[in-house]
Ligand binder design. Sequence first.
Ligand code: B1M
Length: 208
Amino acid sequence: MADLNGISAALQKGDRNTVTKLVQQAIDEKVSPKKILEEGLIAGMAIIGAKFKKNEVYVPEVLIAARAMHAGMNLLQPVLTSSGVQPIGKIVLGTVKGDLHDIGKNLVGMMLKGGGFQVIDLGTDVPADKFVASVKENGKCVVAMSALLTTTMPQMRDVVKALKAAGLTAKVMIGGAPVTQNYADEIGAEGYAADAASAVDVAKKLVA
Ligand code: B1M
């Protein structure tokens, strides 16, 4: 019988072989892909996110859990697509222009995917016009920016301005080691998250 709790538990351990086996078994038993996603993969990732927030697990554990999540998602994706399950929102994610740090950004992306979002990852060193073009292309979405350098933080303000100048109403959330809630307020970004797990909560509020 399909073992959704087992999927969640294996994902938390970063055991991608077991995740793969149990997800395939659930698919074969015709369990709804939405149920496998929500009660297996997303449930496991939510627990990892909560533990990460409380410093009960660290970056390596989150990365191996995310790798297991990807293994499960790879099997689930075609079934999800054919059964019409929609993501809860779209996120255009990137590290701002001049900044090559992507470890935190990637973690945020993985947690957002784990939280049920579709993530369009523009990579690092992303100029304002690329964010703008992606929002135009993807329609309703949240723009999520990461910056690790005090010298690149001002790029976030430029992106907010560029979105406004282009007449786009996409909400913006920001994060990264030097970034603060005060800075988000100052530049008119609607959301700020201190870590990858909180980023999921903030993104959910912004699409609500
Ligand atoms: Co760079 N670097 N680095 N670096 N680097 C820092 C950031 C620095 C603090 C080191 C130091 O001096 N103590 C310093 C910045 C100083 C400052 O501006 N205040 C620094 C510097 C100066 C530089 C260079 C300028 C060095 C040089 O060349 N002279 C250079 C700049 C290159 C560039 O970007 N143009 C540079 C280069 C590099 C490497 C390429 C070597 C490498 C990056 C590799 C990579 O990312 N692929 C690197 C690294 C690894 C670091 C440190 C050591 C680690 C960063 C990291 O990945 N942390 C870092 C020192 C440190 O932080 N201890 C440092 C782990 C990661 C999980 O955390 O990214 O903070 P973090 O993400 C967190 C949160 O911030 C948050 O969630 C994540 C998970 O909880 N978060 C978000 C991040 N983005 C978010 C977005 C959100 C929400 C939350 O919403 C959208």
